[in-house]
Design a protein around this ligand. Structure first.
Ligand code: 13P
Ligand code: SF4
Length: 307
C-alpha cells in the first residue's frame, strides 16, 4: 500500500475528515476531503459529522476546529506548525493593552490567525474572506481595535472607510513581496493581471488588480479575461489554481530573494506526518473548557455575520 492508500484506509477506519488549507503541499491537497481558505475550513469544521478532524494547515486553524467541536478529536500532522501573525499578538499583551485602554471600550475584531486565548478576548473574529463584511457590521458608536494583522486591517479600512486602531502584527511571508519584486515580474508579463492577498503591504496591494482571500482567488483567476495571472501569495496556492484553472498561465509572485514564497509553518506538514497522525490520533488539540467556551462566542458571531 502506498502512503495515500494508507491514509485513505485509516481515514475510513477512524471515521475522519481531512481538511486542508490552500497552502498545503499538492499531495496533501489531493488526498483531502476539502481544500479551502480559513473561512471555508471553519464552516466545514463546524458542519462535519466525522468523529475525527485531521487539520492540515497551521495550529490556529486546527484550534479553531476544536473550538467549534469540543466533543471531537482534532489532530494536526505537525504540532509546531505555527504562524507569525499568531506569534505577534500574545494574549497577555492584548489583555494588558485592553486594560490600559479600558476607557476606550474597544470593540475587538480579531483576524482568525491568532490563538484561542486572543479569540477569547475578542468580540468577533474575521477572516480575509469576510473581514469587510464583519467590520461593516461593527457597532458604529464603538472604536475598533483590529488584531493582529496591520496590513489586512489597513486594507479593510481602505475598503470600508471605517477607522480602526491596528495591532502591529504581520505575516512574515506576505511582507516579503515588495513593490520592486512585483514590478519586475509585471515587466516580464506585461499583459498579466495581478491578484494579491490582503496580508501584503500597501505598496504591493496598490500594484494588484484584485486583492482577496485565497478562496476568492480561484474564481478571480477562472473568470479573468486574460491568460497570464501573477499570484502574490504563498506558493501552495498555485497547486489548486492550476488544477481548477487549467487554461490559465499562473505565475508565482516573486519576493526579493526567491521566485516564490513558502510559509515554513504550512510546509512542516507532509504525507508521512498526515499518515502518522491518523494512525496515532496524535498530536491532538486540547483546550481548557472555559477558555474554549469564551473563544467560541466571537467565532459563532463571525459565522452568523458572514452568511
Ligand atoms: P486565507 O483565509 O485567505 O486562506 O488566508 C490564510 C492565511 O494564513 C494567509 O496567510
Ligand atoms: Fe501565518 Fe503567514 Fe504562514 Fe499564513 S502564510 S500561516 S499568515 S505565517
Amino acid at each position: 500500500m502506498d502512503l495515500t492508500q494508507e491514509i485513505l484506509a485509516l481515514k475510513h477506519a477512524r471515521n475522519a475528515v481531512i481538511l486542508a488549507h490552500n497552502y498545503q503541499i499538492g499531495e496533501i491537497q489531493d488526498v483531502a476531503d476539502f481544500v479551502g481558505d480559513s473561512l471555508g475550513l471553519a464552516y466545514h469544521a463546524k458542519a462535519t459529522a466525522a468523529d475525527v478532524i485531521v487539520f492540515c494547515g497551521v495550529h490556529f486553524m486546527a484550534e479553531t476546529a476544536k473550538i467549534v467541536n469540543p466533543g471531537k478529536i482534532v489532530v494536526l500532522p505537525d504540532r509546531d506548525a505555527g504562524c507569525s501573525l499568531e506569534a505577534s499578538c500574545p494574549a497577555p499583551d492584548l489583555e494588558a493593552y485592553l486594560t490600559a485602554n479600558a476607557a476606550k471600550n474597544y470593540y475587538v475584531i480579531a483576524y482568525i490567525n491568532c490563538s484561542g486565548a486572543v479569540k477569547a478576548l475578542s468580540d468577533v473574529i474575521c477572516t480575509s474572506g469576510n473581514a469587510v463584511k464583519i467590520v461593516t457590521q461593527a457597532p458604529p458608536e464603538r472604536p475598533i481595535l483590529f488584531v493582529p494583522d496591520a496590513n489586512l486591517g489597513a486594507w479593510v479600512m481602505e475598503q470600508t472607510g471605517r477607522k480602526m486602531d491596528l495591532w502591529q502584527g504581520s505575516c512574515y511571508v506576505h511582507v516579503e513581496f515588495t513593490r520592486d519584486s512585483i514590478n519586475r515580474i509585471k515587466a516580464d508579463y506585461p499583459a498579466a493581471l495581478v491578484v494579491a492577498h490582503p496580508e501584503c503591504t500597501q505598496a504591493v496591494r496598490l500594484l494588484a488588480d484584485e486583492v482577496c482571500s485565497t478562496e476568492k482567488m480561484i474564481a478571480y483567476c477562472r473568470d479573468a479575461p486574460v491568460k497570464d495571472i501573477i499570484v502574490v501569495t504563498e506558493s501552495g496556492m498555485l497547486h489548486r489554481l492550476r488544477k481548477e484553472c487549467p487554461d490559465k498561465n499562473l505565475i508565482a509572485g516573486p519576493t526579493e530573494r526567491c521566485a516564490c514564497a513558502d510559509c515554513r509553518y504550512m510546509k512542516l506538514n507532509t504525507l508521512q506526518k498526515l499518515r502518522d497522525c491518523l494512525a496515532n490520533l496524535q498530536p491532538r488539540v486540547e483546550m481548557e473548557e472555559s477558555l474554549r467556551a469564551r473563544a467560541e462566542l466571537p467565532l459563532l458571531r463571525m459565522l452568523e455575520q458572514s452568511r
